[in-house]
Write a protein that binds this ligand. Structure first.
Ligand SMILES: [Zn+2]
Length: 237
């Protein structure tokens, strides 16, 4: 008999990123070199034909239970011990800018263009330019204004996002301090408790796992744009 497992460590947290049904844990007994051995895996409910009138609705493959449990737990321990990793990953993915643009020159150019529009309207109303000239200059200026506004907006969003991530990182740091140093030695039940405390769900895609973190009360991270950490789905990458 293999080691008795109290349950499936990630049960209830795994979701298929293709059909959105849950992945659930299963164990089969397999004959290996050393006799009978338990093999644990998680599979997508969408691949069970019997649940859907005989025809499966998904073909996202099952995933090795030990592999996914160990990868998630190891990554989580790393993140709790070194929460800077969050900021690094989000910088690498370009979600937050490494060097945010200085917004002042952009804003002053925007003001100049807006004054330009007013002058253009004056010139047209005074008859200094004809309608065709007026329209073509107006459209050009409006395009430039839209570009600048988009650049300013994306920078501002990035700054807010960075602050949100920092807040979350601070939260994790306090949580990790509270757990103390024994993170590596704690038992199965405590592991499960920590995982459920920190992770809202794990989405299983074809090539990657996405860990979606819970957002504690008081941190302004929108549900539709959560903090995500991705891991390769297999050792091959
Ligand atoms: Zn599926």
């Amino acid at each position: 008999m293999g080691i008795k497992r109290p349950g499936y460590l990630l049960q209830g947290l795994l979701i298929c990123s293709e059909c959105r049904y849950a992945y659930y844990g299963r164990t089969t007994r397999q004959r290996g070199a050393g006799g009978l051995k338990d093999f644990t895996y998680y599979r997508c409910s969408g691949t069970d034909g019997y649940r859907f009138g005989g025809e499966r609705i998904c073909n996202n493959p099952q995933i090795n239970g030990e592999f996914v449990e160990v990868s998630v737990w190891t990554k989580l321990c790393q993140l709790l011990k070194n929460s800077q990793l969050f900021e690094q990953q989000h910088e690498q993915e370009g979600e937050i800018a490494r060097n945010p643009e200085n917004l002042e020159p952009l804003k002053s150019e925007l003001r100049k263009l807006q004054r330009g529009v007013e002058r253009l309207i004056d010139s047209y109303s005074e008859g200094a330019i004809d309608k065709e000239q007026f329209m073509s200059r107006l459209n050009r200026t409006k395009d430039r204004i839209a570009d600048l506004e988009a650049r300013i907006r994306s920078n501002t969003d990035g700054t807010d996002r960075r602050q949100e991530i920092r807040n979350l990182v601070d939260h994790f740091r306090r949580f990790a301090d509270h757990l103390g140093r024994g993170l590596d030695e704690i038992d199965w039940n405590r592991r499960r408790e920590i995982i459920c405390n920190v992770i809202e769900r794990i989405e299983i895609g074809r090539s990657a796992l996405a860990l979606i973190f819970r957002v504690p009360y008081g941190i302004a991270i929108p549900k539709e744009n959560p903090i995500v950490f991705t891991l390769p789905r297999s050792l091959k990458g």
